[in-house]
Design a protein around this ligand. Structure first.
Ligand SMILES: NC(=O)c1ccc[n+]([C@@H]2O[C@H](COP(=O)([O-])OP(=O)(O)OC[C@H]3O[C@@H](n4cnc5c(N)ncnc54)[C@H](OP(=O)(O)O)[C@@H]3O)[C@@H](O)[C@H]2O)c1
Length: 231
């Protein structure tokens, strides 16, 4: 018996990933956690108790062989990505880190210990190419970039520790490409034709990348096409 866990299942990519896992039909149970869900599916990254409670519920069933953290924040009403240093604001920077780095780290804290210790369990958190320091040529988006860079470092560190518990475990960060969701909507004007993926396509691509991962890939950042990104 196996289970899969999608956190951020109310999101464009998270919802499509959960549906794609269901379509594959290889998991006995799929958990779809979201901040906006009530009851047993509720999980808020800014409420560690809700993360711990969700992990406790999952631990009662088959151990997860796949966990995908599909949460994230780029803009949110008052919070818009910074265009220049004059836009830097401590409260908004802290919020970017809370959702894009600290939240996924707390998910790892509570969910990695309950993952399967057979086969090739995969814990994948959605990051972004713009978090790559060598890739940063355009500048801007300070908070989102820095929080995703922090997430990539957290993933690398978690991979080292998790390998000590089970040497075939895989902990990775994934860049989904530019995907047509609420997160990317205001910024889609500059996307080259053919480079804006539907959530369904992005989900299949991400699951294909996950299928191809080996334990030696743990700790790294991969793009939607399976290529490595230097974080
Ligand atoms: N779309 C792209 O082009 C693109 C490109 C590169 C990377 N990514 C990354 O891919 C991931 C998914 O993005 P998306 O495009 O699917 O965005 P989305 O549709 O806006 O989904 C974001 C998800 O994050 C959840 N979330 C936000 N704050 C939360 C909190 N405090 N607790 C729990 N859940 C919270 C949202 O839940 P609610 O429904 O409750 O708000 C929603 O499920 C993100 O990490 C993003 O950075 C996306």
């Amino acid at each position: 018996m196996t289970s899969a866990v999608v956190i951020g299942a109310s999101g464009g990519i998270g919802g499509a990933v959960a549906d794609a896992i269901a379509d594959e039909g290889t998991c006995d149970r799929i958990w779809r956690f979201a901040r906006s869900s009530g009851g047993d599916d509720h999980l808020d990254l800014e409420d560690e108790a809700s993360i711990a409670a969700a992990a406790e519920r999952v631990a009662k069933g088959p151990a997860p062989s796949l966990i995908i953290v599909a949460t994230g924040l780029l803009h949110d009403g008052d919070l818009q990505p910074e265009k220049a240093m004059r836009d830097l604001d401590p409260v908004r920077l802290a919020r970017q880190f809370a959702i894009n780095a600290i939240g996924p780290a707390l998910i790892a804290k509570h969910f990695l210990p309950i993952m399967a210790k057979t086969g090739r369990p995969v814990f994948a958190a959605l990051s972004a190419r713009v978090g790559s320091i060598p890739d940063n040529r355009l500048g801007g988006w300070y908070g989102y970039r820095a929080a995703k860079a922090a997430l990539n470092q957290l993933i690398a560190t978690l991979a080292v520790e998790q390998r000590r518990h089970y040497e075939r475990s895989i902990v990775v960060a994934l860049h989904p490409g530019t995907v047509d969701t609420a997160l990317s909507k205001p910024f889609q004007g500059s996307v080259r034709p053919g480079q804006l993926f539907t959530p369904d396509r992005a989900a299949v691509q991400l699951l294909d990348v996950i299928d191809g991962l080996k334990p030696a890939d743990s700790g790294k950042l991969f793009a939607w096409d399976g290529s490595r990104i230097d974080p």
